[in-house]
Design a binder for this molecule. Structure first.
Ligand code: 2U9
Length: 339
């Protein structure tokens, strides 16, 4: 084979093996075969002596071009393997990356704390369905048939054939179910999610959480309600807290009241949060209406009861300084991480 033919053959071999080089080891094998002093290229260079003088410049040029190609490609591949190796190396001097650990949502934290306080006061925790019927959500609770809360506008209705089901607007139907299956003494709290068809704003949302309480037994009085809720307020808002009761109205309680607690931010002196009054409205309460007891076959002549309801979002907002309920449901980590 003439030297020119050998150059062509070697070029093909070099080119095809360059294409297949995928590791630093393969590249080293390539170098040892072609680029060292006893390698294929140098072997051809040595044969140049045997080429007739008039062909030498051309053949020499071709051989040089092949050498330049092989060496150039070798260097390019070597560099790329070096960068890949460097990228794989771990810099042990860099600070470690913390893995992010999630935590319980502020609404859940608030519910957990309320449950803990009332469990210590002897309350059991009860749960019930979020899809309710009109009877348990309204009728059994002494809502008049034409009460505005029963309006299609205020309540979410389920698209069922009988048109009977709704999303519960409060957790009170659960207490009805508890009394239907259990006779007094009853001492229960009911935390849960409720739904109202309201325009969503900073103050109200179509989904929110509440926790209600119910105590039914012989001889239960408004004084017992006051003592229990004062104990709760001191544990939740601080030992120094005082409470006051203002008359109110709910269909399911009579008499009904709103309970205020002294503003824990200004100790009752008046500030931005309590709007200068020194008091924060924190819950509604009252003595269970005799009609409600009758509806679940509990004799109101023998038994009395009290009940209360706490809005969780409102409670969490008061304590955390969050001023927009929508933030609870947007799950923006910049907000979530603060609580
Ligand atoms: C039964 C009998 C009585 C539950 C009560 C309130 C007062 C009350 C609101 C607080 C803020 C709901 O989240 S909120 O909008 N609740 O003011 N709730 S008494 O009374 C009951 C419940 C069930 C069988």
């Amino acid at each position: 084979m003439s030297l020119r033919e050998q150059i062509v053959t070697l070029r093909e071999e070099i080119q095809s093996s360059l294409n297949g080089i995928a590791s630093a080891d393969a590249l080293e094998a390539f170098r040892l075969k072609h680029l060292v002093r006893k390698g294929t290229l140098q072997g051809l260079v040595e044969q140049l002596r045997t080429v007739p003088a008039d062909e030498k410049p051309l053949v020499g040029k071709e051989l040089n071009a092949l050498k330049a190609l092989a060496e150039g490609e070798y260097e390019r591949l070597q560099k790329s393997f070096e960068t890949k190796a460097a990228e794989k190396m771990i810099d042990v001097t860099l600070p470690g990356r913390d893995s992010e650990i999630g935590h319980v949502h502020l609404i859940t934290q608030t519910l957990e704390e309320l449950k803990r306080i009332f469990a210590a006061l002897g309350f059991t925790v009860e749960e019930g369905p979020e899809i309710e019927d009109d009877y348990h959500n309204f009728e059994a609770l002494n809502f008049a048939p034409d009460h505005p809360a029963r309006d299609m506008q205020d309540t979410f209705h389920i698209d069922d054939p009988a048109g009977k089901y709704i999303l519960r607007t409060h957790t009170s139907p659960v207490q009805i179910r508890v009394m239907e299956r259990q006779k007094p003494p009853i001492r229960a709290i009911v935390p849960g999610r409720v739904y109202r068809n309201e325009a969503i704003s900073a103050r109200s949302h179509s989904i929110f959480h509440m926790m209600e309480g119910l105590v039914v037994d012989e001889g239960v009085t408004f004084a017992e309600l006051q003592g229990t809720l004062l104990s709760f307020a001191k544990q939740f808002y601080g030992e120094k807290s005082a409470v006051r009761f203002r008359p109110s109205y709910f269909p399911f309680t009579e008499p009904s009241a709103e309970m205020d607690v002294t503003c824990y931010l200004c100790d009752g002196k008046g500030c931005r949060v309590c709007k200068g009054t020194g008091w924060l409205e924190i819950l509604g309460c009252g003595m269970v209406h005799p009609n409600v007891l009758r509806n679940v076959n509990i004799d109101p002549e023998k038994y009395t009861g009290y009940a209360f309801g706490i809005g969780i979002e409102r409670t969490a907002m008061l304590r955390s300084g969050i001023d927009d309920v929508r933030l609870f449901y947007e799950n923006d980590l910049r907000v979530m991480k603060q609580f």
